[in-house]
Design a protein around this ligand. Structure first.
Ligand code: GUN
Length: 287
């Protein structure tokens, strides 16, 4: 069994990006909105900041108290949308329950939505006209590519926590000619046979250890995108000790999809900066 370590894949992406960023006249800048005191979000933000700084992407954090009003966040987003120095904006999720996540995401300028969460960007991606490849499915595809296994024509199955993730992940797989379908966790009962027969499994539901070795196909390639915090541990969806005897490839949690997602976010930020500068240039030429 090969353990697909995310850090190695992330480092490769970051090294390429660092070289490209060195050649830019204006360095990209990522703005991050963080609300409340969620410890996991604090950790993700620290990791994003460290990776960004290392490769020359500026990082601006806007932290709000848990009591903030939705309109204040939306006002801040509008200011950042209009600020030419800001290349990309993300809203760290989850937001506290009193805030409407969708309304806040909708306020982002889709050209700065480097997570790829805005409905306009999801629609473009599903129509195969992507502006930004959503970071989480993008990271999973990088991991599958790095397995060096033959993927074209194989069957895959996505166990998803939401319809949006299931649909985007299926399109991402199909774009690489991998047959794909998804189901939501609540439909698991009827899907056990299908899981057992499938060569590529992507799981992202946040249910620690629910996928055990005996549920999986011998030699399967398994990407564990589940992240659950339990006491001080971070746990994935796959039961590692039983799965490692059955599958041929597996991603660890932590240290699997997580670091690659950060690298993909920074790649989208670079892309946003590059496109904004091309647009400015073409406007100047026309003037
Ligand atoms: N929370 C957990 N993962 C993510 C992510 O990829 N982006 C944002 N904005 N929030 C998250």
């Amino acid at each position: 069994m090969k353990l697909l370590k995310g850090k190695k894949i992330a480092d490769k992406i970051l090294t390429v990006l660092e070289k490209k960023i060195k050649k830019l006249f204006q360095k990209p800048c990522l703005a991050v909105i963080l609300v409340g005191n969620d410890l996991a979000s604090d950790l993700y933000i620290r990791l994003k900041k460290k990776a960004a700084k290392k490769i020359g992407i500026k990082f601006q954090l806007f932290r709000f108290s848990v009591k903030v009003k939705e309109v204040e966040i939306i006002q801040k987003i509008k200011k950042l949308n209009a600020d030419k120095k800001i290349s990309g904006i993300i809203v760290q999720l989850p937001l506290p329950g009193n805030l409407n996540t969708q309304r806040i995401i909708n306020a982002l300028d889709p050209r700065k939505d480097v997570d790829g969460f805005h409905p306009e960007n999801i629609k473009l991606f599903l129509e195969k006209q992507a502006r930004f490849f959503p970071v989480f499915p993008q990271a999973i595809m990088e991991i599958l590519k790095s397995s060096r296994a033959k993927l074209k024509g194989k069957k895959s199955l996505v166990i998803a926590n939401s319809k949006i993730f299931g649909e985007t992940m299926v399109v991402a797989l199909e774009n690489k000619r991998i047959k794909a379908s998804y189901f939501l966790f609540k439909e698991l009962k009827n899907k056990r046979d299908l899981i057992k027969k499938t060569e590529i499994i992507v799981s992202a539901i946040g249910c620690p250890g629910f996928l055990r070795g005996e549920m999986l196909k011998k030699g399967a390639l398994v990407v564990d995108g589940g992240i659950t915090k339990k006491e001080k541990k971070i746990l994935g969806d796959i039961d590692y000790s039983s799965a490692k005897k059955i599958v041929s490839f597996l991603t660890p949690v932590p240290g699997g999809v997580g670091p690659v997602t950060i690298a993909c976010l920074l790649r989208n930020t670079y892309k946003a900066a590059e496109e904004a500068s091309l647009k400015r240039l073409s406007r100047k030429c026309k003037a």
